[in-house]
Design a protein around this ligand. Structure first.
Ligand SMILES: Cc1cc2nc3c(=O)[nH]c(=O)nc-3n(C[C@H](O)[C@H](O)[C@H](O)COP(=O)(O)O)c2cc1C
Length: 320
């Protein structure tokens, strides 16, 4: 064992499980392993319609892996990660007690509790350049390739996103898969995963620069009066190549980016539809002349409080 207590592992896995995951599927499982923990994928939670290759599943696992590393440092535990996508294994993490956390490391770990996906209206204020550089740098530090989409390029990206959304909506099984993960019950029916309908309501009077995923059927009717424009920053996160290893690493980069954004008061909305389809992923890379393989498109900016989504109990995620 790692010399850590059962409650240490429970704490780390609880924090890891706050990571973002596609449709809040939380497709992961943690198992005590010599010297630490093993992260495994849970293929029963894979979205077979939009994610037949398991790319988004491994991105989600990579985000949970990075959350675990950040949470560990926040309580003075060092982690050494070996990414090893073989069978169901995603990675192993050796854990050992290290020096106490600094205030900055603690603040970074606490960002895990405050990060939520944002789908509402973005304020007009642009992200200051220094904050954007730092956010991009956090992803680059985790080997992510970051490309900011300019206002001129946005029109072409907008077309690709809308076209992907239309293609998906009419794809066999797409709506049924969404309906399994978006739920309408009362909060006390909380099943521990999936997305409450309230969390995917984009709100009225929007002029989204990129159309967010319509989780809940048809797009909202266009407002009669033209709404105030929104000016979020659009960022593409890519990886050097497109292997399962890259997908896990891209998930770590995504987590690094989102946690620093949270600390800096910046909210984020993934625009995943254009990446669900291999053809539109390729078109996006071509349109932007991107080096590497696109893994996640995000809108970033200032916004209001974002709704929370549920998580499974730690006993369901951590094997004994
Ligand atoms: C790989 C991946 C793809 C995602 N795609 C979308 C998307 O297309 N649209 C969206 O609104 N949210 C998307 N999300 C965000 C998830 O829906 C969100 O993380 C999940 O519901 C949990 O909520 P939370 O991030 O607020 O904790 C994606 C997240 C991941 C990790």
């Amino acid at each position: 064992m790692s010399g850590l207590l059962e409650e240490d592992l429970e704490h780390l896995v609880t924090m890891a499980a706050f990571a973002p995951s596609v449709h809040n599927t939380q497709p992961w499982h943690f198992r005590p392993a010599p010297g630490g923990l093993r992260l495994e994928r849970d293929r029963s939670r894979q979205l077979t319609v939009i994610d037949p290759m398991g790319r988004e599943l491994l991105l989600s696992c990579g985000a949970a892996l990075h959350h675990l590393e950040v949470a560990a440092r926040g309580v003075g535990i060092d982690s050494r990660v070996t990414i090893n996508p073989v069978g169901n294994t995603v990675a192993t993490v050796r854990l050992s007690r290290g020096r106490p956390a600094t205030d900055a490391e603690l603040a970074h770990a606490l960002a895990i509790l405050h990060r939520h996906t944002y789908r509402g209206r973005f304020d007009d204020e642009r992200i200051p350049a220094a904050a954007l550089d730092a956010i991009a740098g956090a992803a680059t530090h985790e080997h992510g390739l970051v490309r900011i989409v300019s206002d001129e390029e946005l029109v072409e990206v907008e077309v690709l996103v809308s076209r992907a959304e239309r293609t998906l909506v009419s794809a066999p099984g797409y709506q049924e898969e969404l309906a399994r993960w978006v739920w309408h019950g009362a909060p006390d029916e909380n099943r521990g995963d999936g997305i409450p309908a309230a969390a995917v309501d984009h709100g009225p009077d929007r002029a989204e620069s990129l159309e967010g995923r319509q989780f809940d059927g048809a797009a909202d009717p266009r407002p009669e009066e033209p709404p105030d424009p929104e000016h979020p920053t659009v960022l593409l996160l890519s990886s050097p190549s497109d292997t399962p290893f890259d997908w896990i690493q891209a998930g770590r980069a995504l987590s690094a980016l989102l946690l620093l954004a949270t600390e800096l008061g910046v909210v984020a909305q993934p625009i995943g539809q254009v990446l669900d389809l291999p053809a539109s992923r390729r078109e996006l890379a071509l349109a932007l002349g991107t080096v590497g393989s696109p893994q996640m498109l995000l809108r970033l900016g200032r916004g209001q409080a974002a709704p929370q989504t549920p998580r499974r109990a730690v006993a369901d995620v951590l094997a004994r």
